[in-house]
Design a protein around this ligand. Structure first.
Ligand code: PLP
Length: 359
């Protein structure tokens, strides 16, 4: 690849021990990373694959002072026939491009993004766990590393990618989780940066997240910032409600992160013959739908968890459960179908899967 400064010779790469029983999420970091720098003078310089190490920036850099940062989350999967697979990597590249534009950052060209991810995965495939459900979680990150204390876009950017070997996102496995519906604090407002994958959204979410955890819930379910009425999304997942054979998910209003898993589930469900509606859905409609048993299943979607069955919602001190707090049939069907595509077991009917390498 001519966008890299150098190739890492195979004999420098050690085979890594993998303890499948204790993978968790974000616990095991691989030994290599990718970095690439942009400056006003030189544009994008060549990218570098190097040993994982801390990075140093000026304390006055724009990323540190004003949170000029965007990131992505994607996975590499091991298929039984020995291939290393990526899932819809160009969609991550496109989304990061858009997020960067929203934050006035120099975006990473989409083909460079995908090639850089592939080059790092080829090196880090030594860490790829092979058990189904496990994967390499890839975190491309773009930061404004230059100094502009007078609040302006950074004159310098750093694009880095690192990887962690992961197991299932929720320690409870494929079981239902319950969500805490936050009716005072808000995550994002239309016109803001809610639809950009930027760290600031997460910083803004921490307080509500801690409160939810303290109450025994795994994530927050956010409402719209204007009326505290319409459901937006969960902490790091988009949300779906199942009414019999119909799936309903909040439409993308501008304050919701456009999840690639969300989009995949919409397409997959339609292909399987389910009706799918993207529309505004109020918390009152959902609570009533659960109580009347019209809502039979609920689930969240996101790269980290893939599909997380949701059993209960706590709203204004009352917790209501859909489908007797059990994993629903449609939830499980969609999970299995999606995971089988991601792990290269089912036919890739949508053209979502890319082979990076073999093991
Ligand atoms: C990343 C993310 C999602 C899920 O997006 P995927 O592309 O499906 O991984 C949902 N909500 C938020 C806030 C996110 O940051």
């Amino acid at each position: 690849m001519d966008f890299l400064t150098k190739k890492i010779p195979d004999n420098e790469l050690k085979l890594m021990y993998k303890d499948y029983d204790s993978l968790g999420f974000g616990m095991i970091y691989t030994d290599y990373m990718f970095t690439m720098k942009w400056t006003k003078e030189k544009g994008w310089e060549k990218g570098e694959l190097k040993k994982y190490e801390p990075m140093s920036f000026d304390p006055a850099s724009v990323v540190i002072q004003y949170s000029q940062e965007v990131f992505e989350g994607m996975k590499a999967y091991y298929s039984e026939d020995g291939r290393v697979l990526l899932f819809r990597p160009f969609d991550n590249a496109k989304r990061m491009y858009k997020s960067a534009e929203r934050l006035c950052m120099t975006p990473v060209p989409e083909d460079v993004f995908v090639e850089a991810v592939k080059e790092l995965v080829k090196i880090d495939k030594r860490w790829l766990p092979k058990e189904k459900g496990t994967s390499l979680y890839i975190r491309p990150t773009l930061m404004g590393t230059g100094v502009a204390l007078g609040v302006h876009p950074s004159p310098e950017y750093n694009f880095c990618i690192f990887i962690t070997a992961v197991g299932a996102y929720f320690s409870s496995g494929f079981n239902t989780v319950s969500l805490y519906v936050e009716d005072k604090l808000v995550r994002a407002v239309v016109g803001g940066v809610g639809d950009a994958k930027t760290g600031g959204n997460y910083a803004a979410s921490l307080l509500a997240g801690l409160k939810a955890e303290k109450e025994g819930f795994s994530q927050v379910l956010w409402l719209d910032a204007k009326e505290n009425k319409y459901i937006e999304e969960a902490g790091s997942m988009n949300i779906f409600f199942v009414y019999g054979n119909k799936l309903v998910t909040p439409k993308l209003t501008g304050s919701i992160l456009p999840g690639i898993t969300r989009d995949s589930v919409i397409k997959l469900a339609a292909h399987l013959g389910y009706e799918v509606e993207e529309r505004n859905i109020s918390i009152d409609e959902v609570v009533k739908g659960i109580k009347d048993k019209e809502i039979t299943e609920m689930f969240g979607t996101g790269t980290a968890a893939v599909i997380a069955p949701v059993g209960g919602l706590c709203y204004k001190g009352e917790t209501v459960y859909a489908g007797d707090n059990k994993v629903g049939k449609i939830t499980e069907e969609l999970y299995n179908k999606l995971v089988n595509i991601q792990y290269g077991e089912d036919e890739d009917i949508f053209g979502w899967v890319e082979t990076v390498d073999t093991i």
